[in-house]
Every structure is written in structure tokens, then in C-alpha cells.
Design a protein around this ligand. Sequence first.
Ligand SMILES: Nc1ncnc2c1ncn2[C@@H]1O[C@H](COP(=O)(O)OP(=O)(O)O)[C@@H](O)[C@H]1O
Ligand SMILES: [Mg+2]
Length: 279
Amino acid sequence: MREKFIEFRNVSFRYGDEQPWVLKNVSFEIYKDEWVAIIGHNGSGKSTIAKLMNGLLFPQEGEITINGVLVNEETVWDIRKQVGMVFQNPDNQFVGTTVQDDIAFGMENRGVPREVMVERIADVLQAVRMEDYRLTEPHRLSGGQKQRVAIASVLAIHPEVLILDEATAMLDPRGRKEIMKTVSDIQEKNEISLITITHDLQEVVQAERVIVMNNGNVWDEATPREVFAKKDALRQIGLDVPFIAILAEELKNNAVQISNEPLNHEELLEELWTLHSKM
Ligand SMILES: Nc1ncnc2c1ncn2[C@@H]1O[C@H](COP(=O)(O)OP(=O)(O)O)[C@@H](O)[C@H]1O
Ligand SMILES: [Mg+2]
């Protein structure tokens, strides 16, 4: 059995007594070492979920546990040692005058000894392939490099879960792909949980599981293949479907007997070859 790492139990949240509920009775679990993508239309509550996961916000109703510990004012500092989060805009996340200082800052706050810090800075810069920028001022970096450093800073605290909230949204497709490759390698190697909140369908299909949010509710929770099989329903809640899935659908509508739900070029080609060899 897989070990639970994050649990939301009947969580409801609103930004103020007079405000509408943003999350309504939300329950889900995230396991150790899995990669979960959270998708949903703008305003569906994804970033709110991320902020609840590391105690930037607390729910009015329900409970959130991280590694079995209830998230509240008393536990929040311990929780933040385990939950690393990177947001969309890296410029708001820098505090140091050099890349190295910036990475050190989060560790200092968590009382990591100096010798360990030096070692970890080298490790994480290597992991995100930014070794050559240790002494660079963060504002001199490109958007993609800034996000790499932001991710390195979070990795340096050795989190048990890494949450990327649209962290690759500002990058070009190539930069996005590179970072996601780096991050998923790190996730596998260190056996941590990875939660990606994203509109990038290429990213979503790589996750093990997808949580689909709609109007503050969990609309679906399944594998990417199962989720993207519900094409029309997804479109109705304002979500896109990967191009290959649409192409496969078109082919099926035109009497091409595709039996599985291909999600990438390789899988679609495989389907077409199988058909071809039966002819
Ligand atoms: N600080 C805030 N104060 C009041 N309302 C907010 C605040 N942040 C977000 N909201 C509202 O909460 C809802 C969910 O927002 P959010 O969690 O950011 O959604 P998503 O990340 O899925 O786009 C939206 O209706 C948004 O306008
Ligand atoms: Mg958001």
C-alpha cells in the first residue's frame, strides 16, 4: 500500500466572512513519491489549495494533514520544512543579492548548519544545471534561469513534496520541457511527491494522477488517460484536451478503429501501426 503524504478532509475555504466559498468540502489524498497534476479553469481554487498545503492559509472547515500532522498555527513551521513551493513569478521570490545567497536564505531560516549549506548549494545548482551562476545577481538571469534558481532554493531545504504552481507558465516550450525533465528526475531520484499546477497538457499527461478542479470542487481524480477520455465533459468545464487525443477522436469519428486513448505521438503511432498490420 502506498503511504499517504498529504490529506485534505472535507476542506472548505473562503478569503473572508463576507466572501464566497472558494473551496467547498474538498477531499483528496496525495501519496509519497507520486506526481500529481492539478488542473482546472482560472479561479477554480488551485492556487488556494497550494497555499493551504504549506500553511500560508488555513481552512475554515475540515482538516489538512501533512505526513499525519494537522496543519495549524503551531505546526506550520515544521510543515514548511517539508513542503517546497514555487510560484509563477520568480521575481517575487528572490531575497539574496547572488544566486548562492538566495539559495542559502531558505536554509538559514531553517537552521541548516553552514558546512551542510555549502554542500547543498553545490548539489542543487548542479541538479538544475546552474553551476556557473553561483555568484550571479538574480536580476541578471533570464526567466527560465530564474525559475531554475527558485526551484534550486526550494530543493535545498530537502522538501518531502515539491509544489510548482504554474511555475513554468512564463517559459517557452523548450525551457518548460527542460525544467520539467530536471524536476521529474529529481522527484524520482529523491522519492519525493511532486504536485504540478499547470495548463500545459504535455506536463499533465506525464503525471501519474490528475486532480481536476471545477468551481471549488474536485470534479475528477484519475490517471491522465482516464481524465482525457472525457473530452466533451472537460470542454464543458473550460479545459483543453491534448492535441493527440483530439486527433485520435477525429480518426475514430472517421471509422479508424483506435481502441486505446493515445496521449502522445508515440502511442498514436503504435495504434496506427497495429491497425496497419491487421489489414
Ligand atoms: N487574496 C484573495 N482575496 C480574495 N479572493 C481571492 C484571493 N485569492 C484568490 N481569490 C479568489 O479565489 C478564487 C480561487 O482563486 P485561485 O485559488 O487563485 O484559483 P486558480 O489558482 O485555480 O486560478 C477566485 O475566485 C479568486 O478570485
Ligand atoms: Mg492559480
